[in-house]
Design a protein around this ligand. Structure first.
Ligand SMILES: Cc1cc2nc3c(=O)[nH]c(=O)nc-3n(C[C@H](O)[C@H](O)[C@H](O)COP(=O)(O)O)c2cc1C
Length: 190
């Protein structure tokens, strides 16, 4: 039985799917007896939250045109030492995570590599989370562009509704693996 931990989950989202991912992870951690402070990088106080106050940190962000939310990048740049000193995991939310084509795999790996290079944080554990097509929330132009991408990739093209590709069971397994690695002392700072 693992000692209860106090975790920080800091996330960035553009259309809301990563917020849903963050809430799911916090609920799963709570079910395992751990406390999680969930913070959006969009909150004005986010920059002041010191990762040193937590046993472990999970960062979640989504990919838009090959980049993560700039506020997530800034947060990582502001706290390099504290992040490196403790167990951490990165949840990369994207549509490439749902693909099996070589360009999907290369594209999502390249995004994480660019983030690490820029911020100096190499997440001890990384999980690629399939996101969602939120057609009903997109502007007409964005809807058209996303439908075209879906058409080319064999994804859902019915724009009258949203399509969630997230594999929640897979995400829960990743969180359990993360907890297991912390318990073994196998991650940075553990
Ligand atoms: C304008 C736009 C650009 C996107 N660009 C990418 C991309 O470059 N690579 C990718 O894998 N997914 C891309 N996506 C898909 C998002 O990562 C996916 O919809 C995710 O669920 C968004 O999460 P969020 O709602 O938390 O922002 C894009 C989505 C939109 C709307």
């Amino acid at each position: 039985m693992q000692m209860p931990m106090n975790l920080l989950l800091i996330y960035g989202t553009t259309e809301g799917q990563t917020r849903k991912v963050a809430a799911f992870v916090a609920d799963h951690l709570a079910a395992r007896g751990h406390k999680t402070r969930v913070v959006s990088v969009g909150d004005c106080a986010a920059a002041d939250i010191d990762p040193s106050a937590f046993d472990a940190v999970i960062v979640a962000a989504s990919i838009h045109r090959g980049c993560y939310q700039p506020a997530v990048v800034r947060y990582l740049e502001q706290h390099p030492a504290a992040l490196r000193a403790r167990p951490g995991a990165f949840l990369s939310v994207s549509l490439a995570a749902a693909g099996r084509a070589p360009d999907d795999l290369e594209g999502r790996e390249a995004c994480v590599a660019r983030l690490s290079q820029r911020t100096g944080w190499t997440p001890p554990m990384i999980h690629h989370v399939a996101g969602a097509f939120r057609y009903t929330a997109y502007s007409p132009l964005k809807r058209w562009a996303m439908k075209y991408i879906a058409y080319r990739k064999g994804g859902p093209t019915d724009t009258s509704r949203d399509h969630e590709l997230t594999d929640w069971a897979d995400l829960a397994r990743f969180v359990d693996a993360f907890l297991q690695q912390i318990g073994r002392g196998a991650l940075a700072g553990a």
